[in-house]
Structures are given as C-alpha cells and as structure tokens.
Design a protein around this ligand. Structure first.
Ligand SMILES: Nc1ncnc2c1ncn2[C@@H]1O[C@H](COP(=O)(O)OP(=O)(O)O)[C@@H](O)[C@H]1O
Ligand SMILES: [Mg+2]
Length: 234
C-alpha cells in the first residue's frame, strides 16, 4: 500500500458540489453553497473563515455527524451519503478522530476515561487499552493527571486530553475544529506541536478549521471559506 502513496494525486478525501442548508422558521439558511475540495493522504489543510462562515458545519458534514443537503463526500473512495448510520458510526470509530470546538469532554469522566472512550467497542482488550491510554496521556505530559476530571485541568490540559482522545484510535483522518481557539499563543504552539508530530509521523490527513490566530505555515494548503465557498489561498 505504502508504495502506492504517491502523494500528488493520492486523493484521500473529496467533496463535490457540497451543499448544506438549515431551515429555521421556514426560512432557508444556505451555509455551504457548492464546495469542491480534494485532500491528499497525509496532507494538512487549513480552512480559515470568520465566525459563522460555516467551518464547523463543514467539518460535521465531513465527519458524517451531519448530513449534507446535496453533493458528495468521498472518503477513501466511499461515498459517505451511501452509508447507513451504523456504517457511518463505524467509519468514525475506526478511521476518524475529531477535535471539537469546545473539546466535548465528558465532565464527569476522568482524563483517562475520556480518552478510553475512543477505544471502546473496537475489539481491544482491556489491558491493551489501558496501556494505550496511559502511553498517550504520558506523551501529552498528562501522566500524572489520569484521574482528574476536566474541571480540574487547565484549558490547555483539557485541549491535550481532547487531542489524545482524537488520536487514540489511530485515525487516518483528523478533523480539528479551532483546536487553539480559546488559548494563549504559547499554549497554542505547544498544542500544535502535540498534534502535528504524530500527524506527520504517521501520515495522517488533517483538516483544521480556524477563525484567525493560527500558525498557518504548518498547513500544506490553506483555503478561505467565504460566502459558502472555499477559495484557495495560493
Ligand atoms: N443546527 C443548525 N441550525 C440552524 N442553523 C445552523 C445550525 N448549525 C449552524 N447553523 C448556522 O450556520 C452558519 C455557520 O455556522 P458554523 O458552521 O458554526 O460557522 P463557523 O464554525 O464558521 O463559526 C451560522 O449562520 C449558524 O447559525
Ligand atoms: Mg465553528
């Protein structure tokens, strides 16, 4: 397989004429108005846009958590709109890591339990799972915070737990929604390092949404989301 990964032309994720509208009080809000995008395997793509531009909606559609109104999302050759909810859930569990805008950590679960959640129901023994979660959190400098609840962690630490959870199932695709949204520049650099290193080492494909302050130079390509469309920077 690896020798087929020729980089250029090895399309991993594709959107074709992707549209998404919401109907609120009988009024149609058109958010995505015909997006086209091809992302190669191992590529880091940044989507930049103002608040309300549709970045989170786009990532939710890419993850299969939200159904598009029309158009296609093709993940490793599979048209996601043809998959059942169960198939989509399986695809997410096994292949996709999601870092949500507000982390989405379960407040009554410890750091350990939050990361472990990503490894349930994929046929992994409890012993292997425990080793894996501990190693991951250790790598993120949280080896001594396993039993802490999110409320007992700093924002930066919570963000690292969220990233550890997204990496736990060794996804081929990571969708990161404003991963440095709420934190100071120094913590942001640290978090980006934690995210980018495993992504580059393992050839994971990463799509990052950001509304502004973000070191865009870590991305291979940058797109702007404007008026429901994606515009390439270069
Ligand atoms: N579930 C929903 N129902 C109605 N409108 C929504 C829903 N989700 C998002 N929107 C609208 O879609 C637009 C884009 O939102 P969003 O994707 O969150 O943008 P961004 O992440 O770029 O800030 C906003 O106008 C928002 O109000
Ligand atoms: Mg958003």
């Amino acid at each position: 397989m690896a020798n087929e990964m020729t980089g250029e032309g090895d399309i991993f994720l594709e959107c074709k004429n992707l549209r998404k509208s919401f109907t609120v009080k009988r009024k149609e809000i058109r958010v995505l108005k015909g997006l086209n995008l091809s992302v190669n395997r191992g590529e880091i793509v940044a989507i930049v846009g103002k608040t309300g531009a549709g970045k989170s909606t786009f990532l939710r559609v890419l993850s299969g958590l939200e159904q598009q109104t029309s158009g296609s999302v093709i993940f490793e050759g599979h048209r996601m709109e043809n998959l059942s909810n169960e198939e989509l859930a399986l695809l997410r569990r096994e292949n996709i890591g999601i870092i949500f805008q507000n982390f989405n950590l379960l407040p009554s679960w410890t750091a350990y339990e939050n990361v472990e959640a990503a490894l349930l129901h994929i046929g992994m023994s409890k012993t292997t799972r425990r080793e894996k979660v501990k190693t991951l959190l250790n790598n993120f400098g949280l080896g001594d915070r396993l039993d802490n609840l999110p409320s007992e962690l700093s924002i930066g630490q919570q963000q690292r737990v969220a990233i550890a959870r997204a990496l736990a199932n060794e996804p081929t695709l990571i969708l990161a929604d404003e991963p440095t949204g709420e934190i100071d520049t120094e913590t942001a650099q640290d978090i980006i390092g934690h995210l980018i290193t495993p992504v580059r080492e393992k050839g994971v494909t990463l799509t990052i949404a950001t509304h502004g302050i973000f070191p865009l130079d870590i991305a291979d390509r940058v797109f702007y989301m404007k008026d429901g469309m994606l515009v390439s920077q270069q």
